[in-house]
Structures are given as C-alpha cells and as structure tokens.
Design a protein around this ligand. Structure first.
Ligand SMILES: O=C(CO)[C@H](O)[C@H](O)COP(=O)(O)O
Length: 258
C-alpha cells in the first residue's frame, strides 16, 4: 500500500501530497513526541510513510491514534503501535489532510466522512498540522471544494436538518451524500449519515458563524469546518516546493527533502 518509495512513478498530484506530508513530518514529529494522531484521506499515507522512515527505535515507544477505519489500517500495516483517544486524550501532534484551507487556516474537512473523529483528534492535539496538495490552498473556503460543508447527522434527523439547511440557513443545494458502491447513503464509522451543504462566498467568508449555526441543529453530530484549529498548513507545489502557512500569519516556501 505504501509504495511511493518503490520504483513506481508518482503523478504530479501525488508527488505534491508526498512533499507536503514529508515536510510536515520532518518539521513536527520530533523524537520527544510519543502520542501522534493520524488523519484520513489520500495524503496521510505519505505521513505514515515518513514516520516509518524515522526508524524502529524512534517509533518503538510511540502510540499512534487513528481518525477512522482507514488510518487504523494504515497504522497496523505500517507496524506502528495503535492506541485510541479515550486512552490517550492528550496528543502531541496530529497531522491530517483537508479538502480546502483558507488564508486564515480555516479548513473544510470530511470529504472522506471522517470529520467527527478528525476533529476530536485535532482538538486533543497540542499541535494540529494540515497537509495537502496545492489545489487545496484557497483564499476563501468554497472556492475549489464544490460539494460544500460536510455535516455528520444522526439518521433520524437528516430530513429535518436538510430542510433547515435549505430553507433557513441558505444552502438550497444541500444533499444527502450517497454511496458509490452500495445502494443508499454513505454511513460513517459512527453509523451516521453525511449531508454536503454548499454556501455562497459571502457566508463562507464567515465560516465560524456557519459552523455555529449548523452545529446548533438537533441531530447534527459534527460539522466539517475546522476554524482556528490548525497551527500550520503544508501545501505541496508542482515545482517541488512546499508552501507553509502558519497560524501566526507567517508564510514560507521551502524546498522539500525527499
Ligand atoms: O477530511 C478528510 C476525510 O474526512 C480528509 O482529510 C480530506 O478529505 C483530505 O483528503 P485527501 O488527502 O485525500 O485530499
């Protein structure tokens, strides 16, 4: 599964994801870190790959906490120690992907329907770091990520939540996310449904207000808006550099180590 170190050539997008992931691990997963949160998506395998490259000695006393089924498998298959957040509620660093990141490091997450556990691990972490390819780097949320804000909702409430999103909160195209290889809706690792709710630019410019409004709806378990949570975002670029945007407002462009 983690074959990016093999002779198989990576596409430019995959190369960008790997650049971001490797650089973020090099900067933030340090020898003194013993509890590490592992996010979900297609960028995170490169995070695990780089952590494995730190060696058996570096990893033998570490515990890795997954944000869902996919990252649990990644941790097990990499031979790393698996833990859970109820046992390790304080995490040194969590590294995760994102569907889109704005200039203030607010993120849309949940394209893989894992945003509830992802948010628990982001909150539990002293340092929450986002890794992504250049396509996710936006000025405003909703610029490139068209499906909208992912909302995990208990099944019994989805019709009412959908109606409220359309009629009251201003998302007329909100939809229940349907599965691709199963008849019916996507069901999360927690047994819930996901609604994708697009909002216009004006609303997304105040993403914490959108987050609060949705979170208050009965039956909503979690909203895929991560506002003011990330310490830094790492974006792999096509030219082989990595753009780093930090919560303190600083930006840097570095040449990534392979
Ligand atoms: O939020 C997520 C899953 O719920 C992922 O982190 C997000 O979808 C990014 O995935 P990728 O690295 O494949 O672009």
């Amino acid at each position: 599964m983690l074959d990016s170190g093999s002779a198989v050539a990576l596409s430019p997008i995959e190369t960008s994801k790997r650049l971001a992931a490797y650089t973020a691990v090099d900067h933030h997963v340090k020898p003194e870190h013993t509890t590490i949160g592992i996010g979900s998506g297609s960028t995170v395998p490169y995070v695990v790959e780089r952590i494995v490259q730190q060696g058996v000695e570096a990893n033998k006393n570490r515990v890795f906490i997954p944000t869902g089924f996919q990252s649990k498998l990644l941790i097990i298959e990499a031979g790393l120690n698996l833990g859970d957040v109820d046992e390790f509620p304080s995490i040194d660093v969590t590294i995760d992907g994102a569907d889109e990141v704005d200039k203030d490091l607010n993120c849309i997450k949940g394209g893989g329907a894992c945003h509830l556990r992802e948010k628990v691990l982001a909150e539990a972490a002293k340092t929450f770091i986002v890794v992504a390819d250049y396509r996710k780097n936006s000025e405003y949320l909703g610029t490139t990520w068209a499906p909208g804000v992912p909302i995990e909702v208990v099944p019994v409430a989805y019709v009412r939540v959908l109606r409220h999103l359309k009629e009251v909160l201003g998302s007329p195209n909100a939809t229940l996310r349907m599965a691709l290889k199963k008849a019916g809706p996507v069901v999360t690792d927690n047994g819930n449904f996901v609604i994708d709710a697009p909002f216009d630019r004006e609303k997304m410019m105040n993403s914490s207000k959108v987050l609060t409004q949705i979170k208050l709806l009965t039956g909503v378990v979690e909203v895929g808006l991560f506002c003011g949570m990330a310490k830094a975002a790492y974006f792999g670029n096509q030219d082989g550099t990595v753009a780093i945007r930090r919560a303190d407002g600083t930006m840097e462009q570095v040449v990534a180590m392979q």
